[in-house]
Design a protein around this ligand. Structure first.
Ligand SMILES: Cc1ncc(COP(=O)(O)O)c(C=O)c1O
Length: 396
């Protein structure tokens, strides 16, 4: 299949906009939107039967065939190498992380371990849970911008103390877009008796996943970023030994009836994002997951190299630590504050119609590039030209 701008026909994106921000909230392909709409149409023909019998099995005599929710969970489980009994849908990674952390029984003085690259919302959940129990959060500094995966695993291991209970670790970080050495970190946590919750928000559709093989305790992730599912489709995988006393943030009829029963019904809601998630996985499969992975990674990496050369900046990460996103330093004269980042991001969007993530940190501005099969190098060339125009107007 020929990837590049011609692939835009598969998405409803505004063709006038250069979209370099696939990772932020995902972009739903047209055929997945159509599948979701068909599910909604079917639901509205017999809403009560659809929701209470077919999707959840809450009403009626027990049935032999799996519910629609379980059938969809089965497709997701296959995609991540897991058993469907260990996989439940949640709205998003944030919800999955809330479920795990807010189910913990921590005591005063216990510790949660995070890194300074955790997604802001995740770090806030950890802080909230810690303060509720009189526990504390220990934040490990990631060796960065010169990222060193082995150094990170060492730093995490060294930060583990006698009261460390759970580590909350990204698979792919948000702003810095780094692929963490998860299996190695999990090995070291396990050896020290520390449970590990993974924030895999960006991983499905970017990395081939065998979640049970990672040696972690819980894995919360999104299907609506890179796996082409409708928003809001996330999942939570839990090791069988970690499922008792694990509750969704919203308690409903399934309380104390097991992991799947608790999460499969959290009140009346639209289940169409979850039921249409397998269509997103089929789309990815038909595009060719391996080809998509290679195209997106190569494009993001080549684009980052081209942009650094144009900006006169240096990338201090290895190609092996990049997925479909790469974060690179912007020219110094563009500033260093959150306000400078907001100004540039707004200017790119409103003046140049380029949607891209810009942030401030480590004394400068950065941009995080997302590459998807509808992008090609010409998109990143446009970004280079626009950024250089602003840099020329703000001589350092
Ligand atoms: C690493 C990471 N974790 C969690 C999230 C939150 O995702 P959601 O808002 O879908 O829960 C994001 C969103 O970008 C993220 O980058």
């Amino acid at each position: 299949m020929q990837f590049g701008r011609a692939m835009l026909t598969h998405w409803a994106l505004d063709p006038e906009v250069t979209y370099l921000n696939h990772g932020t909230v995902g972009v739903v392909p047209r055929r997945v939107l159509a599948a979701q709409q068909a599910i909604r149409d079917e639901m509205e023909r017999q809403p009560s039967r659809f929701l209470l019998r077919d999707v959840s099995g809450l009403v009626g005599l027990p049935r032999r065939e799996p519910t629609r929710m379980r059938a969809a969970a089965e497709a997701v489980a296959r995609f991540i190498g897991a058993r469907s009994a260990d996989v439940v849908f949640v709205d998003n990674a944030t919800t999955g992380i809330n479920a795990v952390l807010r189910s913990l029984h921590l005591g005063p003085g216990d510790e949660l371990l995070v890194t300074d690259h955790n997604y802001g919302a995740t770090a806030r959940v950890a802080a909230f849970v810690a303060r509720t129990h009189g526990a504390r959060v220990c934040t490990v500094t990631v060796p960065y911008p010169a990222f060193n995966p082995a150094g990170l695993a060492d730093a995490i291991e060294q930060a583990i103390g006698p009261r460390t209970r759970v580590a909350v670790i990204d698979h792919i970080t948000s702003e810095s877009a780094l692929l963490f050495p998860l299996a190695e970190i999990a090995r070291r946590c396990r050896a020290r008796g520390v449970a590990i919750l993974v924030d895999g928000a960006h991983a499905p559709g970017v990395l081939p996943l065998d979640v049970p093989a990672l040696g972690v305790d819980w894995y919360a992730a999104n299907l609506h970023k890179w796996a082409h599912a409708p928003r809001s489709a996330g999942f939570l995988w839990a090791d069988a030994r970690r499922q008792s006393d694990l509750h969704p943030p919203v308690i409903s009829w399934g309380l104390d009836q097991g992991f799947v029963a608790e999460f499969d019904w959290v009140g009346t809601r639209d289940p169409s994002p979850w039921l249409a998630a397998p269509e997103g996985l089929r789309f990815l499969d038909e595009l060719g997951f391996e080809s998509v992975r290679r195209y997106n990674h190569d494009l993001a990496w080549r684009a980052a190299g081209m942009l650094c050369a144009r900006f006169g900046t240096t990338l201090e990460v290895d190609e092996a630590t990049a997925g479909a996103m790469v974060t690179l330093p912007l020219p110094a004269q563009l500033g260093d504050s959150a306000a400078d980042a907001a100004r540039l991001r707004d200017a790119l969007l409103f003046d140049d119609r380029i949607e891209v993530q810009i942030h401030a940190g480590h004394g400068r501005l950065w941009t995080r590039l997302s590459a998807q099969v509808y992008n090609d190098m010409s998109d990143f060339e446009r970004l280079a030209e626009a950024v250089m125009r602003y840099a020329d107007r703000r001589p350092g």
